[in-house]
Design a protein around this ligand. Structure first.
Ligand code: HSE
Length: 296
């Protein structure tokens, strides 16, 4: 029996569209057991308990790649990461499936090969890279290769996820993006990415409210999220260090260095007045990435 624990991820981090993501302390755990024949998938949601399951599909793809076969498989999924909320639940399923298959096949793949398979399934590396390695990770697709780098983040930052009771698929959120952008918007984002990375790394958190700004995806996606602009204003009024759309949304991520819960309490009171129900989760950076446990 093999267990794989994979963290949630918040991709883009404002201006770093499709290239930056961070692993956070919310987890999915996948248990893989070989059985004589057939496929059994056990999760909290009946809709996912079939052979279209992303964990299973990612596992099969990896097994084909490494030439490994099993009689049958039982996959049990314990989920903390909410689905289609911009917190990397798909990436967690993909990484879980690829790592599970690699372990069943006696680990023929390197971590870089695992990342490459996972990126090919997901289409972009910014969630799967931090889900695999942990921490803040930059990544690019260079031809068929995925290059990645971890950046250490100065201590003292908490990630406050504002999660609505509505889902938004990545494909829908990508469908509203423009085919072309203005040169000045490209410069706006490039400069913000540089500032964000140096501010996170040096602990100059007062710069994050500028460094986390974006013109490549948030202005277009904001229209899909009820009260998005009001929520951004609420976060600013309550002294968030910076706020951005997590991944493709609809979760909004606010950063704070206030660990006594006061920031969160103030936000929750304001969010209670909105049309949708917004749940707040206080998260830390996960530094470990995916972890594998072997059992009997
Ligand atoms: N970079 C991706 C996007 C993350 O924003 O569409 C979501 O999977």
């Amino acid at each position: 029996m093999i267990k794989v624990r994979v963290p949630a991820t918040s991709a883009n981090m404002g201006p770093g569209f499709d290239s930056i993501g961070i692993a956070l302390s919310l987890y999915n755990t996948f248990t893989f057991e070989e059985i004589p024949r057939g496929v059994e998938i056990i999760s909290y949601d009946e809709r996912f308990n079939n052979e279209d399951n992303l964990v299973y599909l990612s596992m099969i793809k990896t097994m084909e790649k490494v030439g490994h076969k099993v009689g049958g498989i039982r996959i049990t999924i314990e989920s903390e990461i909410p689905v289609s909320r911009g917190l990397g639940s798909s990436a967690a399923c993909i990484i879980g499936g690829v790592l599970g298959a690699n372990e069943l096949a006696d680990s023929p793949l390197t971590k870089d090969e695992i990342l490459k398979i996972a990126t090919n399934i997901e289409g972009h590396p910014d969630n799967v890279a931090p889900a695999l390695f942990g921490g803040l990770v930059t990544s690019i697709m260079e031809g068929k290769e995925i290059l990645h780098n971890q950046i250490s983040v100065a201590k003292g930052l908490e990630f406050v996820a504002l999660i609505p009771d509505l889902t938004l698929s990545t494909s829908r959120a990508r469908s509203v993006l423009p085919k072309k952008i203005k040169y000045e918007d490209a410069v706006f984002n490039v400069s913000r990415v540089a500032l964000m990375i140096s501010a996170l790394s040096n602990g100059d958190f007062q710069l994050l409210k500028y460094g986390l700004q974006d013109r490549l995806h948030q202005p277009y996606r904001s229209k899909l999220i009820p009260d998005f602009n009001m929520i951004m204003d609420i976060c600013i009024e309550n002294d968030s260090l910076g706020t951005f759309l997590s991944g493709a949304g609809p979760t909004v991520m606010a950063l704070t260095n206030d660990f006594d819960g006061d920031f969160t309490n103030r936000l929750q009171k304001k969010l209670n007045n909105l049309r949708n129900k917004w749940t707040i989760k206080e998260l830390k950076i996960d530094q470990q990435g995916s972890v594998i446990f072997h059992g009997d």
